[in-house]
Design a protein. Structure first.
Length: 478
């Protein structure tokens, strides 16, 4: 522990010492009053019984008693420190005055001088109670001088005077040491008590913090459980809804397929029917996205990696989005090397490309361009969807692929729920690849799916589409 107490502790200690000094002054004054009364009674009785050498004691003791009574009455005033000095001076003066008056009339002057040494020692000891070292040694010095004068008047030699002075100084030193030790003991006890209280408070604070943290954790766990339950209910409701959507969608697809077979080939109506079939296939894939997101999150959907041509995949996507592109006068371009094949799950990847192309059409300006590209480089095969709309800031590119995250235009128009890009990212990661927004010359935004070049596998796919480019997928599932 630091031996130097802080300022606040010193101030508190000074306040306690001052209060103790007032109590000591009152107690000393009370003792002096009692002693004065006893000596006054004894000296007065001896004087009245014929001992004339005691005649000078009663008047002097009466005056001393008045001074002590005054000091006792002023013990609670702010001048306590000064009163202690005055009291010590009065004590020395009383002893010196009494003994000097007794020397001429006493038959044993040396005895009177020796008796005064004990009285001076008592005065020095009493001054030590004031807790002021300089007052103790000052009283001892004044008492030594007075004792030397008395001894000289009594005819005592210098050796005895020196012994008397040393004795009074030793009494002062012992008194100072005793009060100093008491002061140090009080400081040590105070430090120990402060340390104990601080430790108790620290322990109490730690326990309070621990209880608060436990309560907050319990509340957080309860809220998290509620949120998980709500999310589970939401996902379960979504599963029910998308399953129910497939029944009317299958009916529409079957009707369109029947119309395609019954209508004459080459008529405009047949083209419209085929466009309708492409749209229903797209709706079926969108439903599959909603169903497959939980399985992709849990790692329960393993892609069937087989080689397939990319050009038919692009044609299917263009056919499903052709109506939306023509409505906004957007040019939908395809760029694929002849005979280029990709190794992956075609049922998943066509939905990825379709999600990216739908997003590109949404953000491309009226009369703009959207391009679907494919290629390979540096051991990777890649698919890209580009548009000349508004560029995506670099700080927003990573969060685009998080669940339920939407672009600013989707938020304003309340179109979409932030699952398309999230599903696309999960499908890319299931293939061991990566989907990211990259910079490409001449294009504002480019979504690029990079897949590692791997060998085809015969692992069965959980996706129900064996051939996503065939007509019509929804009808085949039913």
């Amino acid at each position: 522990m630091d031996p130097t107490p802080p300022v606040a502790f010193e101030n508190e200690l000074a306040r306690v010492v001052a209060a103790q000094r007032r109590r000591v002054l009152g107690a000393g004054a009370a003792v002096r009053l009692v002693g004065t009364a006893v000596f006054f009674a004894v000296s007065l009785g001896l004087w009245l019984t014929g001992a004339r050498d005691w005649a000078h004691y009663p008047p002097l003791l009466l005056c001393y008693g008045g001074v002590v009574a005054l000091l006792f009455a002023l013990r609670s005033r702010p001048v306590t420190k000064q009163l202690g000095v005055v009291q010590s001076l009065v004590d020395v003066g009383l002893v010196f005055g009494l003994q000097q008056l007794a020397l001429p009339v006493s038959p044993f002057p040396a005895g009177v001088a020796g008796f005064s040494l004990g009285l001076f020692a008592l005065v020095v000891a009493l001054s030590g109670l004031e807790l002021m070292p300089w007052l103790v040694y000052g009283t001892a010095g004044l008492a030594s001088l007075s004792q030397a004068v008395l001894m000289h008047q009594a005819g005592v030699g210098p050796g005895a005077m020196a012994v008397a002075a040393v004795t009074l100084v030793l009494v002062a030193a012992v008194s100072h040491y005793g009060t100093g030790r008491l002061r140090q003991l009080a400081m040590d006890l105070s430090h120990a008590e402060v340390a104990r209280q601080l430790e108790a408070r620290r322990t109490h604070d730690v326990e309070d913090a621990h209880r608060t943290i436990e309560r907050m954790l319990a509340e957080a766990h309860a809220r998290n459980a509620q949120l998980e339950a709500l999310q589970a209910h939401q996902e379960q409701l979504m599963q029910f809804l998308v399953h129910d959507l497939r029944s009317p969608l299958s009916a529409v697809t079957l009707s369109l397929s029947w119309m395609e077979q019954e209508l004459p080939i080459g008529t405009p109506m047949v083209e419209s029917v085929r466009t309708g079939l492409a749209v229903t296939a797209r709706l079926d894939r969108m439903i599959s996205d909603l169903l497959d997101v939980p399985r992709l999150e849990q790692g329960r959907l393993s892609p069937r990696k087989q080689a397939f041509p990319v050009a038919p995949l692009f044609d299917e996507v263009r056919r499903s989005l052709d109506g939306a592109a023509r409505l906004r006068k957007i040019k939908l371009e395809l760029s694929c090397p002849p005979g280029f094949q990709l190794v992956g799950d075609a049922g998943l990847l066509i939905r990825v490309v379709e999600n990216l192309a739908t997003n590109a059409l949404r953000y491309a300006p009226s009369g703009g361009r959207v391009r679907l590209e494919a290629g390979e480089a540096e051991g990777f095969q890649w698919l890209a969807v580009r548009n000349d709309g508004i560029a995506i800031p670099p700080e927003a590119r990573e969060s685009l692929f998080d669940k339920y995250v939407q672009g600013s235009r989707e938020k304003e128009g309340r179109r979409g729920y932030g699952l398309g890009l999230y599903f696309s990212r999960l499908a890319a990661e299931a293939h061991g690849g990566r989907l990211a927004v990259e910079d490409a010359e001449g294009w504002a935004t480019s979504f690029v799916l990079r897949l590692p070049r791997v060998q085809p596998t015969s692992q069965p796919s959980l996706d129900p589409m064996a051939d996503p480019m065939a007509d019509p997928p929804a009808a085949r599932r039913r």
